[in-house]
Design a protein around this ligand. Structure first.
Ligand code: ADP
Ligand code: ZN
Ligand code: ZN
Length: 810
């Protein structure tokens, strides 16, 4: 089959010139001609009515469209009226797979559409549909960016070239200049002559260039060119481009000078042993390297080795927060390669452009966030998959398909038959378990920081002591120790990062002085959060996003309302009192979901931090990851307990990760670094172990607990959340799910817990009740979930959400 955009119906209609295309083919094609035997039979997942035919429908393929392969987008007739519907070839059926339906009873594929997926990506979509229990159509929609499906930014451009006849004609015209013309030479107008001459030097001009040349030559219409095409002196071909601003530059944050560091002994060992597995099938590796140990350098060297073998390398990084710096480092390292960057903040046209570059095999280095795991690398090309910060929860998609990017990446590497490297300073217990217990993954360690980097000193501050000391009625989020250190670092021209995992200004709005009223969301079981803008204060629910004005008086007793608790905005406000330099405009930069609406915002904010204009970054977990700025001498965790108290069995793991990761942001320059962790629970293991840089100690204890309680990673979990406006209906439905699950023979190997209310019981006026399934391993879980789906155990539509391997249990 041709290139990415082969079999284009518009091309067949002879579309000419530059023209934007939408998704709709312009003319209905006739249905199959009965006498034409089908060359192929294919299973098509029709985008409409995907739920009705989850396995797909069988269609015939005429010789004209054949051969189709899995992954091709097609137009097929659907239903009685033969409505033209889009669908995807899921599988090409072998002769013996399509039963004995005669050709006459099969409908034909009407047309093949521009977008197509590599076979491997289609296979991945099918796997996701099965493993994560979602309809195939949802899985396909998840692997294919809408921008690609719609062909955003795609432009057909006409290219013109001299034909042999045209070449001859211009030669004749030139040599006979001034002499009598031969009778059989084509008659050329002056404009045509000029065009032909111009085409001699501009051998493959596109329509835009031609237009310019025509205008330059004083020719105002296309007529002379069209006449040349008609006479066969000039050939015109159509090619497709995706037009978008090239975005390499957009990803750059102050590139550091590229002097290739000499790998340390530990790095060299990891590079050699992982490198040795390149080109020899699937293997799984865990690169456990403390923060600042130079994991990225290991990735880059491995990527280079992969390129040397003529294969493509795919690097996944968590959401957008990491992309500017990491992408910058990759771009600097592979200046000769086209590096494709895929993340959520691209414009539709850019996304389609990057995707197309990958699909056409032009980008051999790909860096991207979660969904880049579906990068359409041509089959047989992928040679290495890397997942940076593999523990990061942003790899898990929180709506269907609820896939985990890291786990899909492992699956993809298996399909591609190439190594996968998971890297982290704080590996997820899942990956740690695979490396040390199940030994399905090889462990590589980088126990020391890279040369020139010091290990940050981490200090735990018991915040309850501080709270007692504050005599004034002002709120304090920064204790004495943190405030002092901060003032000193700023005084010495250093920079600092402060972490507080709470957006907004303050999360308690209450009648604290009199009746104790607490402002809660009308639609959710959650408190409202106060947000402040320079001109006013308002409240917002972080679950349903309802907003209201901040009430001045308590609705119950009329007393004044007070606002307290935690919030990044409030830290920002408090900082101006710590050091005069921080009161200057622009000295403090808040980085959270409210201020960083696009990757450009983040890129600019980090740029200002890199330049030294911003002295302190205050933010949520967005700033905990990956940032590498040498002048950061202090990291403060305003409250380490925000994650610790969540009703989720991963609360300790998450706290350990957050504290370790953010502490790792300092000590990257010569001036050393210190991290100060404020907490009300200084004895919590997660906090103590993070302060002591003791991952192994933490993981060992935590794994023992998980084993004792039968929790992941020692068992596999699926969670079904039933949502309903009525409390009792939600309960009844969930009980029904539970009973159906329990009645299946596949349930014998598993434990089913619930139904019980979710920790956040009501969101957007819907009650949420959950059932949890725990299985000894992935296969057992899979069997039960599949059987349950087949038995119709899960209510359809929006009512039940099945989450396999959930990472958040709120
Ligand atoms: P990690 O990803 O493990 O946190 P990085 O890859 O960001 O660590 O490396 C931290 C810093 O150390 C970077 O500035 C990097 O350029 C530098 N670095 C990495 N490896 C070496 C090395 N072998 N020699 C000198 N500097 C190195
Ligand atoms: Zn009151
Ligand atoms: Zn709400």
């Amino acid at each position: 089959m041709g290139g990415l955009f082969g079999n284009d119906p518009l091309e067949a209609l002879g579309a000419a010139g530059a023209r934007k295309r939408g998704a709709k083919p312009s003319k209905p094609a006739p249905l199959a001609t009965a006498h034409e035997p089908f060359a192929q039979r294919v299973l098509v997942a029709v985008e409409r009515g995907m739920d009705a035919f989850p396995e797909g429908l069988t269609y015939g393929v005429t010789a004209r469209l054949s051969p189709l392969r899995a992954g091709q987008r097609v137009v097929v007739p659907l239903g009685r009226g033969n409505a033209r519907s889009h669908g995807w070839v899921v599988r090409v059926l072998a002769a013996d797979q399509s039963g004995d339906i005669p050709d006459s009873r099969l409908k034909p594929v009407i047309a093949a559409e521009p977008a197509e997926l590599p076979e491997q990506v289609m296979e991945l979509a099918r796997w996701i549909s099965g493993y994560y229990a979602c309809p195939l159509g949802v899985a396909i929609a998840g692997v294919l960016p809408a921008a690609v499906k719609k062909g955003v930014g795609r432009v057909d451009r006409a290219y013109v070239q001299l034909s042999t006849a045209g070449q001859a004609a211009i030669e004749t015209a030139r040599t006979r200049r001034g002499k009598a013309k031969e009778a059989d030479a084509p008659r050329l107008s002056p404009a045509q002559k000029r065009l032909l001459e111009w085409l001699q030097t501009n051998t493959s001009a596109d329509s835009v260039e031609i237009d310019r040349a025509l205008t330059g030559a004083g020719v105002r219409t296309k007529a002379p060119l069209n006449a040349l095409v008609e006479q066969g002196l000039v050939t015109r071909t159509l090619r497709t481009h995706v037009e978008a601003d090239w975005l390499e530059q957009a990803a750059r944050v102050e590139a550091k000078p590229v002097t290739l560091p000499t790998p340390t002994a530990d790095q060299a060992k990891a590079i050699d042993s992982i490198g040795a597995t390149l080109g020899s099938g699937f293997s799984q590796h865990l690169l456990f390297g403390v923060t600042g140990s130079g994991k990225t350098e290991v990735y880059l060297r491995l990527m280079q080795k992969c390129l040397d073998l003529g294969r493509t390398a795919l690097l996944l990084v968590p959401e957008i927060s990491l992309t500017p710096q990491t992408a910058g480092r990759v771009l600097d390292r592979f200046p000769g390669e086209r590096v494709a960057i895929l993340h959520s903040a691209l414009t539709a046209a850019q996304r389609n452009q990057q995707w197309t570059l990958v699909a056409e095999g032009k980008a051999r280095v790909i860096v991207g966030a979660r969904s880049a795991v579906f990068a359409p690398v041509p089959d047989g090309q992928l040679g290495l998959v890397l997942v940076d910060e593999e523990h990061d929860h942003s790899y898990k998609q929180d709506q269907a398909p609820r896939y985990h990017g890291r786990d899909v990446a492992i699956r993809r590497a298996q399909m591609a038959g190439c190594p996968i490297v998971l890297g982290s300073a704080t590996p997820s217990l899942e990956s740690w378990f695979n490396a040390v217990d199940r030994r399905t993954s090889m462990l590589h360690e980088l126990p020391h920081r890279a040369p020139g980097l010091v290990v940050p000193k981490v200090e735990i501050v018991d915040f309850s002591g501080d709270v007692r000391r504050f005599r004034d009625r002002r709120v304090h989020l920064l204790g004495e120790r943190l405030a002092e250190s901060l003032a000193r670092v700023i005084g010495e021209d250093g920079q600092a990062i402060l972490l507080l995992n709470r957006r907004g200004y303050a999360n308690w709005i209450s009648c604290a002085a009199r009746c104790g009223w607490l402002m809660r969301c009308e639609h959710c079981d959650a408190g409202m959060v106060c947000h402040a803008t320079p001109s006013n204060r308002f409240v917002r629910c972080h679950h349903c996003l309802t907003e209201q004005r901040l009430p001045a008086k308590c609705p119950d007793c009329g007393a004044g309302v007070s606002v307290f608790g935690l919030g990044t905005q409030r830290v920002e406000e408090e900082l101006s009192r710590v050091h005069p330099a921080l009161a200057l405009p622009g000295a403090v930069q808040r980085v959270d979901g409210d201020t960083m609406r696009s990757s450009r915002d983040l890129h600019e904010a980090l740029g200002r931090f890199a330049s030294g204009q911003v002295r302190v970054l205050v933010g949520t977990q967005m700033i905990a990851k990956g940032l590498d700025f040498p002048n950061v001498r202090l990291v403060g965790v305003v409250n380490a307990d925000t994650a610790l108290n969540l009703p989720d069995f991963r609360a300790a793991e998450r706290t350990f990760q957050l504290v370790s990761q953010v502490a790792g942001r300092c000590g990257r320059g010569s001036a050393g670094g210190r991290a100060i962790i404020q907490t009300f629970q200084p004895d919590a293991l997660a906090i103590r172990a993070a302060a002591a840089h003791d991952y192994r100690g933490f993981a060992t204890t935590e794994l023992a607990d998980r084993r004792r309680f039968g929790l992941p990673p020692c068992r596999r979990m699926a969670r079904v959340v039933v949502r309903h406006r009525s409390d009792t209906a939600a309960h009844d439905l969930a009980k029904d799910v539970r009973d159906k699950l329990a009645s299946l023979p596949e349930a014998q190997a598993c434990e089913i817990r619930g139904p019980h209310p979710c920790p956040v019981t009501r969101v957007s006026d819907r009650f949420r009740v959950q059932v949890e399934v725990l299985a000894p391993d992935a296969a057992a879980l899979q069997k039960l979930i599949t059987a349950a789906r087949n038995a119709g155990a899960f209510p359809g539509g929006e009512v039940a959400a099945v989450d396999v391997d959930p990472v958040a249990l709120l």
